[in-house]
Design a binder for this molecule. Sequence first.
Ligand code: DQA
Length: 147
Amino acid sequence: MHIDVYNGPNLNQIGNRSPEHYGITNEMIQQSIERTADKLSVEWDLYQTNYEGEMIDWIHNADADGVVLNPAAWTHYSVAIRDAVSLVEYPIVEVHISNIHNRGEDIEWRDRSIIAPKCIGQVAGLGVKSYELGMRAVHSELENRDD
Ligand code: DQA
């Protein structure tokens, strides 16, 4: 089994972004994914892009059985990413480092995801653990589909 993790825009800068909301580094994300993959005995790749078209191509052509997707800012408005997620058959779990449902900001769109309804589920607010739980959810879904 192979699980890909796709990170969207500005997540390459996560170590330098709002520590009150994120407070983790890319190295920590990678370590969490690696540890989880070892426990689950799955293969994995982690990719990050700031380009929407590139993310859409990855979703269309994923060389994986399932995907953990952090669409970052695209979460809140990208119909194109939503459409790409809609048209593939493999399971996708949306993850967020921060709890988009409770960030204490005066931003009315932050808690809205237009991607999540097209995913098998969403994990938000658990920092690096969001990636671990996202991978576990994809893994479990794939095992159930095999039964
Ligand atoms: C994020 C939450 C988004 O609202 C934000 O635009 C991000 C990161 C998260 O992982 O918490 O870039 O997806």
